[in-house]
Write a protein that binds this ligand. Structure first.
Ligand code: TGC
Ligand code: FAD
Length: 385
């Protein structure tokens, strides 16, 4: 589909190469299978992990330890092309790089970094991020999972997390827990006795993605398991800023895939003797979708440049997550209507993207949380509590 605003012309040669490489990978290795994975509710993480590792997209915006050390716009472009395949694929990459590797890289000890980052960058070890709990989602400050040091200095971790992407397939979990010293992060190998991670079934969204509960039943961890360099809620929230940045780019890919599908369909499906794309009502839908897509893409590129300049704020990330996910969901819903009855089958990508985007609207801060963040930025008044 034509890039009307020529937004990608502003990418560097290296960024365009990353775009084309990831796009080819998605076309060859993901699109032929993802409808079946979605239907069967599987994500072949062990098979895809090393391939994504050799593509260089796992922790690609981090320096050292086998990571690619690329700029933020490159990371964004990769997320966009991955999510044009499926939000579950981008989720896998976001969780691995931004939520599991990033806290180890930013706040971990030298030993934690050496032990995990090179294997995670290569896709040989899979990570997950445990913040949300059954009773504390939007309000993680009140989490109940807790860790206490015993006389030997070991940490004893107890509690439960819910809705954890990659939970049952992870080798390592970054788990946030209350301690006497406030909220701390723990690097938990998933084969530690007392750790279990049953998969959550019957999801109607993000089906090509593993989602799990985590249970900690007197999980004994060495003193060295804690992330030494951060205390308090700003630890997990800073990781969320990284991952939300990937999402605000990623959903542009899902939206583009939906619009492409709708244009294709509208120009070939004939009713009342002419292509449905020739009716003004269809063109109005397509035109609004094009506008939403262009605006989202511009927002993503602008925020990417701010991130590369080192000035991106959490409020700006909230703006992008809120605006771009809402735009993508609107585009997916309009596409679905243009496809008529065919819009509800997995023969076309649209219903898969549309239902995936319902999760994307909720995770990494619900739409309401980001609205309240912008409300607070505008008024100085806190309406969360
Ligand atoms: P508040 O008082 O606002 O902040 C507490 C401390 O954190 C600092 N802070 C940040 N620091 C870095 N980055 C950010 N984005 C930050 N936001 C806040 C803040 O400055 C403060 O620091 P300090 O030093 O003063 O203590 O905290 P609050 O309790 O009022 O909560 C604010 C709120 C509601 C915005 C926050 O709790 C929130 O974002 N809630 C939403 C929870 C959420 O997004 N969960 C996501 C779980 S992970 C997930 O969904 C993964 S999906 C993965 C996938 O498959 O892709
Ligand atoms: P709640 O917080 O109970 O919210 C329910 C409703 O109430 C929402 O509409 C919300 O916006 C609204 N609400 C809450 N507070 C307010 C308020 N103050 N004002 C107005 N409205 C409010 N979490 C992780 O830690 N790691 C993961 O890897 C992860 N992966 C996920 C994968 C999937 C597929 C899904 C669906 C979720 C995942 N999550 C993960 C959890 C996700 O971050 C939470 O679902 C999300 O933060 C919302 O929490 P909740 O579901 O408990 O909803």
């Amino acid at each position: 589909m034509d890039d009307l605003l020529r937004i990608d012309d502003g990418l560097s040669e290296e960024q365009r190469l990353i775009r084309d490489t990831v796009k080819t990978f998605v076309a060859d290795r993901i699109l032929p299978h993802v409808g079946d994975w979605f239907e069967e509710a599987v994500f072949p993480a062990r098979e895809l992990g090393p391939v994504l590792g050799s593509l260089g997209v796992l922790g690609m915006h981090l320096e050292g330890y086998g990571c690619a050390g690329l700029d933020a716009v490159s990371y964004g472009v990769a997320c966009r092309e991955l999510e044009a395949g499926d939000s579950g694929l981008r989720s896998f990459v976001s969780v691995q790089g931004s939520l599991a590797m990033f806290p180890i890289w930013k706040y971990g000890s030298a030993e934690q970094k050496e032990a995990w980052l090179p294997r995670m960058a290569a896709g040989e070890a899979i990570g997950c991020f445990g913040l949300t709990e059954p009773d504390h989602g939007s309000d993680p400050a009140n989490m109940r999972t807790h860790a206490k040091q015993d006389a030997s200095g070991d940490w004893i971790l107890n509690g439960a997390k819910m809705w954890i992407t990659n939970g049952s397939i992870a080798d390592v979990a970054v788990v946030w827990a209350q301690t006497e010293d406030g909220i701390r992060g723990f690097v938990v190998p998933t084969d530690t006795p007392g750790f279990s991670a049953p998969e959550i079934h019957k999801k109607m969204s993000l089906r090509a993605s593993v989602t799990s509960s985590l249970y900690f039943d007197d999980v004994r961890l060495p003193a060295s398991a804690v992330l030494p360099e951060v205390r308090g809620l700003k630890g997990p929230l800073s990781c969320l800023s990284e991952a939300r940045f990937g999402i605000l780019w990623g959903v542009v890919g899902a939206a583009r895939a939906c619009l492409e599908s709708a244009v294709d369909y509208a120009t070939t499906r004939v009713q009342f003797g002419k292509p449905i794309g020739g009716f003004q009502l269809t063109q109005e839908k397509l035109a609004w979708m094009y506008v939403g897509l262009g605006q989202s893409q511009l927002t993503a590129l602008h925020l990417g440049r701010l991130k590369d300049a080192g000035t991106l704020t959490p409020q700006q990330v909230s703006f992008g997550k809120l605006a771009n996910v809402r735009a993508a969901l609107d585009i997916a819903r309009r596409s679905r209507s243009i496809l008529g009855g065919n819009g509800i089958t997995l023969e076309y990508p649209v219903i898969r993207h549309m239902t995936n985007l319902e999760s994307v609207l909720t995770y990494e801060g619900t739409e309401e949380i980001h609205l309240l963040t912008l409300g607070r930025a505008l008024t100085g008044l806190d309406a969360f509590h």
